[in-house]
Write a protein that binds this ligand. Structure first.
Ligand code: G3P
Ligand code: CA
Length: 245
């Protein structure tokens, strides 16, 4: 399918498979996506792992904070359907040799933890020769500014805050530019035509997250956004193939 649009699988094909697992990422790639979105935390022994929450409880059989468990402990838990919490290195290996990019969101228990995690994540991406294959994302401008200081060649997307519709399009653009980012990631319910127009006119990409239903995809496509971050890349592909789906 030809398209000029970036399809991003949010935590993999996470509507149908356990989020942020190699299974969910593989299934998203089989469906056809341009990028995989994932969340990174750090274990007690400073290993980079792919999991959304700072605690293990919601998505694994473990309990407590990721940062208070070793990699081997984190890997001993079930992350769903027999999957383990992957390392960032495993996801990099999964996309190696493919055109699929990675949207790497730096997470943490606190803002301080997120800021502190920026350097090891960037160091890993540099050493893995992945800078030209990733988009680093964060809700924190300070994280993106730090990432840019470490490697000016990194592509960055900001999640401006708040995303409840209270920011004007100009405020969204200002937050984004001040963070050094070249793109905006935004809750789709708060994405308006005015915001889509302002981002386009100011040369910023805009990727709404996370539409799920065909009508939600169609509404975003109609605004001319440059990409969509979704838990259901299969549904997105169906809509792109057949707008009346
Ligand atoms: O870019 C932000 C997007 O990933 C949504 O945030 O909570 O799913 O990490 P979250
Ligand atoms: Ca995320």
């Amino acid at each position: 399918m030809a398209h000029n649009f970036v399809r991003v699988a949010h935590r993999g094909a996470s509507a149908s498979y356990p989020e942020n697992t190699l299974l969910a990422f593989r299934k998203a790639m089989e469906t056809g996506v341009d990028a995989l979105e994932l969340d990174v935390h750090r274990t007690q022994d400073d290993q980079l792992v792919v999991i959304h929450d700072s605690k293990l409880d919601r998505t694994t059989t473990g309990q407590g904070r990721v940062r208070e468990h070793t990699l081997s402990q984190v890997r001993s838990y079930d992350a769903g359907q027999g999957e383990k919490v992957p390392t960032l290195a495993e996801v990099v290996q999964l996309v190696a040799g493919t055109p699929v990019r990675l949207c790497v969101e730096i997470k943490g228990f606190s803002k301080e933890e997120e800021l502190a995690l920026t350097e090891p994540v960037m160091q890993f991406l540099n050493e893995a020769n992945m800078i030209d294959k990733v988009i680093v994302t964060s809700f924190l401008p300070a994280v993106l500014l730090k990432a840019k200081a470490i490697n000016p060649l990194v592509s960055l997307m900001l999640d401006p805050w708040p995303q409840d519709g209270s920011l004007t399009p100009r405020q969204v653009v200002e937050q984004t530019l001040a963070s050094g980012a070249n793109g905006v990631s935004f809750e789709c319910a708060a994405v308006t035509r005015a915001l889509a127009d302002e981002c386009r006119l100011m040369a910023l990409t805009l990727w709404p997250w996370v539409p799920r239903k065909p009508e939600e995809f169609r509404a975003m496509l109609e605004l001319g956004v440059s990409g969509i971050v979704t838990d259901s890349p299969d549904v997105l592909n169906k809509v792109l193939n057949d707008p009346s789906f």
